[in-house]
Design a protein around this ligand. Structure first.
Ligand code: FPP
Length: 221
């Protein structure tokens, strides 16, 4: 969800208010894709590198995440949305971890859209933690070296219960993955738009999906 601060800068607004606008965009998009019957949507809200931003911005974002999850929980639950979080959630503030646990529990049986929020997420960290988990299993004699295959690795990732993404949309025009779902994106289609996240309307999402639908996916063939 790139481009919130640039969006605010372009309008002469306080930079951080761009994140507030980004929340509105996310709400509209979630409603739209849930109604369209999408099964999985994962949004990158805070990377493990984003802690390097100013204290003011990090505090603002943490408060915003807590507020959005608590304010929107009832509506998400009513709309049959299942909410999950991927990332090193143990490294998030304790009050947020509590809100997240409540949201996960309340929506765990919902069968509509599965919405994942990536927070304190970094792909390399995820892979390092997966390797630690496998090494611990190895040491405990639960697995043998020859058991280490793609499936076992995937089973140790935060995304273990999720399919790989078909389409990754990046707003804000940057042509890179920025440590996002590196393992899972092996065969994902990429769509980069110069639009800033607050300008990414449901119509723009539909455009991305229409383009995705005519791409030929070859899976290495
Ligand atoms: C990137 O834009 C955006 C973020 C780091 C924060 C995104 C968070 C939200 C939209 C809130 C969503 C809330 C929940 C609970 C999912 P940027 O700051 O990098 O903008 P720039 O590229 O213009 O600098």
């Amino acid at each position: 969800m790139d481009g919130n601060r640039r969006w605010a800068d372009n309008r002469g607004l306080p930079r951080l208010s761009g994140h507030q606008e980004g929340v509105k965009t996310l709400k509209n998009l979630v409603k739209h894709v849930a109604a369209a019957g999408l099964k999985y949507l994962t949004v990158y809200a805070f990377s493990s590198e984003n802690w390097n931003r100013s204290n003011e911005e990090v505090d603002y974002l943490m408060r915003l995440f807590g507020k959005v999850v608590t304010d929107e929980l009832d509506e998400l639950a009513q709309n049959n949305v299942r909410l999950r979080f991927i990332g090193d959630i143990a490294g998030m503030p304790a009050d947020l971890q509590n809100y997240f646990a409540t949201a996960i529990e309340k929506t765990k049986d919902n069968k509509g859209l599965s919405l994942q929020v990536a927070l304190n997420y970094g792909s390399r960290l995820e892979l390092a933690q997966a390797m630690q988990a496998i090494a611990a299993d190895l040491q405990a004699g639960k697995v043998a070296i020859s058991d280490i295959d793609e499936q076992l690795i995937a089973s140790k990732l935060y995304t273990r219960e999720l399919p790989d993404p078909d389409l990754i949309i990046r707003t804000g025009g940057e042509m890179r993955l920025s440590n996002y779902l590196l393992w899972q994106a092996a065969y994902s289609e990429l769509y980069v738009t110069p639009l800033l996240w607050p300008d990414f309307t449901p119509e723009e999402y539909d455009k991305a999906v229409t383009e995705f639908a005519v791409r030929e996916r070859r899976w290495g063939l």
